[in-house]
Ligand binder design. Structure first.
Ligand code: DON
Length: 304
């Protein structure tokens, strides 16, 4: 497959969408990036990388971190994790609170904010030094030693994070958060603030694409069947109320973030990460979605 040529064609074709959408404004620090940045990196199972544009520029991974948190939580808790968090698509916005009340404090899935807050609580109960151990896991996954939190972005989100605070309070009311709410919120915002480039992200997602190998990174290990389940959740829940659309147009398991990043995997073939900060109304990168749609169309390979 001539991925280099395909990435060039994609770049030419998505230029039609330049300037469409807006970067997330509800986290003021997030807006301090060039909204017209675009980077992509595809990494094959053999370790060959194909990249273009701003593929080495680090950006705030935001909700893409929910995949890393899920991997850790699932590794620590096993099946009993799913008593506290569901595995159904929500069909609602990532920060919706309505369902949570109706379903008595059990979030629909781990990839919406409510689910990630419970997952963060799970991690806090298992880890001695949560912030350090989380970073260590992400560094191991991506093979990079200097990945960091962006404390300014985390603080900016805390300052404006009224809805997440409301969700955390409701979870606590229903007994689905054990630790201190403020501690949970700050750890969650730090996870979202992690800065990674497309090259680093694509590398971090390769282990999810190839679950014939053991998934073992420090104290986090998953069986091949657990990785399969994580991919199923990414497929059905990774894009909130646009998960159906992403399946329909792209056909790969993946996860988006309001920093404009999307990471996706093509099982046994590659992991890909794309970044472009302008978002559509559902909070997903306009150019990122289009680029991945073109990728699976041009390669004629998806999971379907
Ligand atoms: O909690 C939030 O609202 C953000 N830190 C993360 C949201 C996000 O990335 C949703 N993704 N599309």
């Amino acid at each position: 497959m001539n991925y280099n040529q395909i990435l060039v064609e994609i770049y030419q074709e998505i230029s039609l969408y330049a300037g469409v959408g807006e970067p997330a404004t509800y986290i003021p620090e997030l807006c301090k990036v060039d909204p017209d940045s675009y980077g992509i990196c595809l990494r094959t199972m053999r370790g060959t990388e194909y990249f273009m544009g701003d593929s080495d520029v680090r950006f705030s991974i935001q909700s893409i971190s929910k995949v890393f948190s899920m991997a850790m939580g699932f590794s620590f808790e096993g099946e009993k994790l799913w008593r506290r968090i569901g595995v159904e698509p929500s069909g609602s916005a990532f920060n919706s609170i309505i369902q949570l009340e109706i379903e008595k404090g059990i979030p629909r899935n781990p990839l919406i904010n409510a689910g990630a807050l419970v997952m963060t609580d799970v991690l806090l109960s298992h880890l001695e030094n949560p912030e350090e151990e989380y970073l260590e896991f992400v560094r191991r996954l991506s093979g990079t030693t200097d990945i960091q939190y962006n404390e300014r972005i985390a603080a900016s989100e805390r300052e404006h994070g009224y809805l997440n605070a409301a969700i955390a309070n409701m979870l606590k009311y229903y007994g689905n958060i054990k630790n201190d709410i403020e501690r949970v919120l700050m750890f969650y915002f730090r996870q979202c603030s992690i800065m990674m480039s497309c090259r680093e992200l694509s590398r971090a997602f390769v282990p999810f694409a190839d679950h014939s190998h053991a998934f073992r990174f420090g104290n986090v290990s998953l069986t091949s069947s657990q990785v399969k389940r994580m991919n199923a959740i990414m497929q059905t829940c990774g894009f909130y109320d646009e998960a159906g659309e992403f399946s329909f147009l792209v056909g790969l398991p993946g996860k988006s973030g309001v920093g404009g990043g999307i990471a996706a995997i093509c099982p046994r073939k590659y992991a890909v990460a794309v970044w472009s900060p302008r978002l559509n109304k559902k909070g997903n990168s306009v150019m990122g979605m289009k680029a991945l749609e073109l990728l699976t169309t041009k390669t004629e390979v998806s999971i379907f």
